[in-house]
Structure formats: C-alpha cells, structure tokens
Design a protein around this ligand. Structure first.
Ligand code: 9MR
Length: 437
C-alpha cells in the first residue's frame, strides 16, 4: 500500500509529459491527443466510471491518468456502500477514488445520493416519515463528507418510470411523497452549496414520454427555485441513437440547466464508432453540455458483459470508437453553442424560445456576447398585455426587463449564457433586445 501513492505520482508525471509532447499542430489549431485534453479545449471534460478495486491494475490506471479528467465512482458512493447500517457511514472506497482523482488533477462526479436500487438492506424496514428522515440524513451526511470535493452530484438517480406514462417510478422513496426529489435537492444544496446538483436517468436520450416527464419536473423546479443545476443523460445505447438526441439535450439546456452525458456506452456493432461520434458532436454543439463520461475504461471493465461497449479493448488498446470521439472533440464546438445571429462588436444579442401551454409558458432566453467580452447585460422582452411573469431563473427582473445575476454577468467574447422565466398568458414572440450593462 505504501507503494501506491508514489506509483500514482509517477503516472501523473508521465501523463503530463505525454500530454505536452503529444500536442500536434493541424492547420492553425492545436489538436490534443487525449480525450481529456481534447475536451478541455472547449471547456468540457471527458470522464469515466472507476472501480476502486481496479486501481491496483497498472494498465487500468495508466489509461485513466492519461485520458480522463473526470471520474465517477462506479459503485463506491452509492447508499449500500456508504451507509451499510443506519447511521454508520463508510467512505473508505469513495475516498480512495477521490484521492486518485485529486492526484491526477481530475474532478469527481458524485454518484449517487438516492436511488431505488443498491440500497442497504436496513432501508427495506423503513417507510413513511422514518424513511424520509433516513433519506434526507443520508443525503446530508454523504454530501457533507465530500463537501468541496465534488464537481456535480447525481442527487437522484432513475426516478422516472419507463414506458409512456411520463410519471414517476414506483419505489419506497416515491411512496414517502412526491416531493422527495426536491427535498433531496434542497438537503444536498445545504450540505454542499458548491456542488452542481443533477438529476440523472436512462432512456431519456431522445424526446420521449419519459424525458418529457423529467423535462417538466426540471421546468417546475426552476420556476419554484428548487436548487437543480444539471441533468444527466446516461446514454446506455444499443445499435442506434435517437435522431433527436441533440435536440433533446438542447431543450433541457434551454431550461437553464447544464446537461451532461453521464454513463455512455454503446453496443459493439457496425455503428459503434458512428454512434460515439454522434453523441460527442451533439454535446459539442450544445453550449451547456459540459462533458461526457463513459461507463468504464476497457470492454472488460463494462457492466455489459460480452457487448464490448467501451473505447478501449480488453488489452487497453484504443478502438475505432476512441478515434471517432477524439476527432469529434478536436473538431471543436466551443462553449458558445449555436447563436441565432451574430451580434455586433461590443454588444450583445438575445433570442427566446418558448414552451407554451394553454394559459402559460416558460421562456428560455439565450444571451450572446459580440466580439468583445460583456460584463453585465440587460435583456428586455415585449410581453403581450394581460400576462405576468411568475418566476425567473438565472436572472432578476423588473417587469419585462431582465438583468444578469452575479455568476453570469461576464460573458466572454463570442460566448453565451442562458436564463429563463415562466409566465401566465402568452409569451413574448418578438426578438428581445439586449444591451451591455
Ligand atoms: O456499473 C454498475 C455495476 O457495477 C453495478 O453492479 C450496478 C448495480 O445496479 O450498477 C451499475 O451502474 C449503474 C449506474 O449506477 C446507474 N445507471 C445504470 C448503471 C448500469 O447498470
């Protein structure tokens, strides 16, 4: 065990040297040669799930330290791992993974605080208010232990039902009351205000009943000020990918949350490399898609035994899918996303998209800086008479005039930010005006 830290340090040094030596020039742009460095060029990360039990495997840690700059513990932060008996917390393996990440300058996605699966056996004996208290205590204790060390938490995992209902999955957690998800997010926010708080699910990778159920929950949370920052799309994919994959990411981003690909793996078939590229390009095209995580390193590390769904083969060699991801990351996409118009130098522009229903709407506003960086912005929309703004996120408002809040005042040249609001009546249809200051 004494040997390990020294070994990791050497790995980190070797990785840094390889990174420096490996930078090549293609045209006028630098093309990075590892997944993490390539993603970092546009401000994104590239991560993998990690199992603590494999950290002694030098092929595994070699690829990990070379290629990835975000780590998700595959099982080590789940409820059964962290609170095996009520009130007794064990963080040993989770801590090992955090230490591994920190030794390599990587960040950590915490996974997960509450899930219907992988619960410790004692939870089955609880229901009602006793279970609710135990849930919230678990969220508080685990998020507090890791306070300051987690980039984003999957606060709640897989709470929506499969199929066409668009509703919640039945579970012991759900039976404590429909507000269990927001209670969990509020507890996590109190325990670690610096972590981004995500909702994470599978089969939400296109526009469908399940993803729309999640979408409606996120819109409601934003309108009511429930602290949610991001949505994770697991993306356990077969031999095809929904045609509206990118559009689905974008509609969530338009709600004013980050989106992340959290557990990507793709069945090995004729299309594997193409599907990996399609996912990567979609993330690169959505300014609020902050990064991609694959669910394991080598095919032999995957939970999908026999499907060979990852980027490295069992021997640790790069597969065609690896190259397609690297190329898509190097092709860029920036952090600015698609801007409907090019703003004048020194100014800003705004565009609005609406999600309307009979009697109300949510508006997502995309604010784009021109050729100069912006420090403070004001957007004015034209609201049809008779309606009122009933909620606003990522901005403050006075009537139909919206101003930045502290954390989104500064927009780099050519960059963008998003805010939104909810209202009664009919939403704005004309293009909003934007001015600096
Ligand atoms: O990869 C994880 C595997 O080792 C565990 O046995 C399994 C237990 O349910 O969980 C796997 O990870 C899951 C993740 O936590 C949530 N989304 C689905 C993942 C694959 O099952």
């Amino acid at each position: 065990m004494r040997f390990r830290p020294r070994f990791l340090l050497l790995c980190g040094t070797a990785a840094a040297a390889a990174l420096t030596a490996g930078v090549a020039l293609i045209g006028t742009a630098e093309a990075a040669t590892t997944l993490g460095a390539s993603a970092a060029q546009s401000g994104r990360y590239f991560g993998t799930a990690v199992a603590a039990g494999k950290l002694g495997d030098s092929t595994y840690t070699g690829i990990l330290t070379r290629e990835f700059n975000m780590i998700t513990p595959e099982n080590e932060m789940k409820w059964d791992a962290t609170e095996p008996s009520q009130g007794r917390f064990t963080f040993t393996n989770g801590d090992r993974i955090v230490a591994q990440a920190q030794s390599n300058g990587s960040r950590v996605r915490g996974h997960n605080l509450l899930w219907h699966a992988q619960q410790p056996s004692w939870v089955a004996g609880l229901s009602g208010s006793a279970l609710r208290s135990a849930m919230i205590n678990h969220v508080t204790q685990v998020a507090s232990h890791y306070k300051g060390k987690i980039y984003a938490w999957d606060v709640v995992n897989e709470a929506f039902a499969d199929g066409g209902s668009g509703g919640r999955r039945d579970s012991n957690l759900q039976r404590t009351g429909n507000d269990w998800i927001e209670a969990a997010f509020r507890a996590a926010h109190t325990a670690d205000p610096g972590a981004k708080l995500c909702y994470n699910d599978y089969n939400t990778d296109g526009v469908n009943a399940k993803s729309t159920g999640v979408y409606n929950m996120v819109a409601d949370f934003k309108a009511r000020g429930v602290p949610i920052d991001c949505v994770g799309f697991q993306s356990h994919l077969g031999t095809s990918i929904p045609g509206d994959y990118q559009a689905n990411l974008q509609r969530f981003a338009n709600l004013g949350v980050d989106v992340q690909i959290t557990e990507l793996d793709v069945a090995q078939g004729g299309n594997q490399a193409n599907i990996y590229a399609t996912v990567t390009k979609a993330c690169m095209a959505v300014s609020r898609c902050t990064g991609i995580t694959v669910w394991g390193i080598r095919d032999s590390d995957s939970w999908r035994t026999g499907e060979n769904p990852l980027l490295f083969d069992a021997s640790g060699n790069k597969k065609a899918a690896y190259t397609s991801v690297l190329n898509a990351l190097n092709a860029g996409g920036g952090t600015s996303g698609s801007s409907p118009t090019t703003p004048a130098s020194g100014g800003c522009n705004a565009s609005v998209s609406l999600n309307s229903w009979n009697g109300g709407y949510t508006a997502s506003v995309h604010v784009t800086a021109g050729a100069a960086a912006v420090n403070g912005w004001t957007v004015t929309v034209t609201l049809p008479s008779g309606g009122a703004v009933t909620g606003v996120w990522n901005a403050t408002n006075s009537g139909s005039t919206f101003r930045n809040v502290g954390y989104n005042a500064q927009i780099p040249a050519g960059g963008s930010t998003d805010f939104g609001f909810q209202g009664t009546g009919t939403g704005p249809t004309a293009t909003p005006t934007c001015r600096v200051g």
